[in-house]
Design a protein around this ligand. Structure first.
Ligand code: SAM
Length: 320
């Protein structure tokens, strides 16, 4: 694997599986690179370095607060770089519609350390803050709105689907009961309800009792799975023949979306399995570069425990 060429300030987001991303995307001088999840620009700095001063870099993030990181990135690179604020699904679609082509596209899903570590953003159950969780602070629906407005069934469904929370129904019921008396405003109010709603022995296993519900709410508030599903076909339209895409996911549902997309595009044929011969004539459009997802090794995990659930998949667009 290539050596991680840049060092990062300790307060920044540490880029996950950075050497692996760099090797799979194999960026060459003169190419166009898109980072759809710019964050603190950790991966971006490494990928831009591989352009060796020649090429183009497009950085996307829906969180306006990453702009200073982009400005720092821009000062450190000699390639032409632009920042586009918005949802990667929307922006990749718009770029594709406008005929912009890319040689390498990177998505590092979820939230960054800067977002989790700023208590006022409301992502953390460990700090008392407004119940927000929006990556895009201008988005209309916050976690507070979901928790106070979704019906009991919808809440239970969110907690079960996105958080794999065993006590989803008990927690949803407790939330609805409490919000009838007093609507939720703060992260700690919600964390307290969750703790009270689950059986006492379950409060002491597997991390903080509110961890799974907070993760589930974050995924719902930011429509993280919907964005990924829309982004992959848009990225595919943008990729030049031979272009590469790499996606790091942190949740089994995200990884499943990426895996299925790559499998379908790599298979080409869409005939039902019972057909004796192919009648659709579709050719494979992607080559799978990672049959099994790459995971962080022990050394990376020791340095960055937040990488624990990361899975990296990559593919290249078939030529011809
Ligand atoms: C895990 S961080 C990326 C960190 C980055 N790779 C680095 O090395 O610093 C994910 C970033 O993607 C952004 N993000 C997540 N979903 C997004 C979406 N649908 N559209 C645009 N940005 C998104 C978040 O705001 C966050 O800044």
């Amino acid at each position: 694997m290539l050596r991680n060429a840049l060092r990062h300030e300790s307060a920044d987001h540490v880029p996950v599986l950075a050497d692996e991303v760099r090797e799979l995307l194999a960026v060459q001088p003169g190419e166009t690179v898109i980072d759809g999840t710019f964050g603190a620009g950790g991966h971006a700095a490494l990928l831009a370095a591989d352009l060796q001063g020649k090429g183009r870099f497009i950085a996307i993030d829906k969180d306006a607060s990453v702009r200073p990181y982009f400005e720092r990135f821009q000062r450190g690179t000699s390639v032409s770089a632009r920042f586009l604020r918005g949802d990667f699904a929307v922006i990749l679609g718009q770029l594709a519609d406008n005929g912009v082509e890319a040689d390498a596209i990177h998505l590092d899903l979820g939230i960054s350390s800067m977002q989790v570590d700023r208590p006022e953003r409301g992502f953390s159950y460990a700090a008392d803050a407004p119940l927000d969780m929006r990556m895009d602070a201008s988005a209309p629906r916050s976690a507070r709105d979901v928790v106070n407005e979704a019906d009991e069934r919808e809440l239970a469904d969110i907690f079960r689907r996105y958080g794999e929370e065993r006590f989803s129904r008990q927690i949803a019921r407790a939330i609805v009961r409490r919000r009838d008396e007093q609507p939720y405003e703060r992260t700690t109010d919600l964390a307290d309800t969750i703790k009270q709603a689950i059986p006492t022995p379950a409060r002491f296993g597997d991390g903080h009792p509110a961890r799974r519900v907070f993760q589930a709410l974050r995924i719902a508030v930011n429509d993280e799975l919907g964005a990924l599903e829309a982004a992959l076909p848009a990225a595919m339209r943008m990729l030049r023949p031979g272009g590469r895409i790499a996606v790091i996911s942190f949740h089994s549902l995200e990884d499943r979306i990426v895996k299925q997309f790559i499998r379908e595009q790599a298979r080409g044929c869409t005939c039902p399995p019972e057909f004796p011969i192919c009648t659709c004539g579709n050719e494979p459009a992607l080559r799978d570069l990672t049959r099994k997802p790459l995971r962080p090794g022990a050394r990376e995990l020791e340095a960055n425990p937040r990488a624990a659930s990361a899975k990296l998949r990559a593919a290249s667009k078939v030529v011809g």
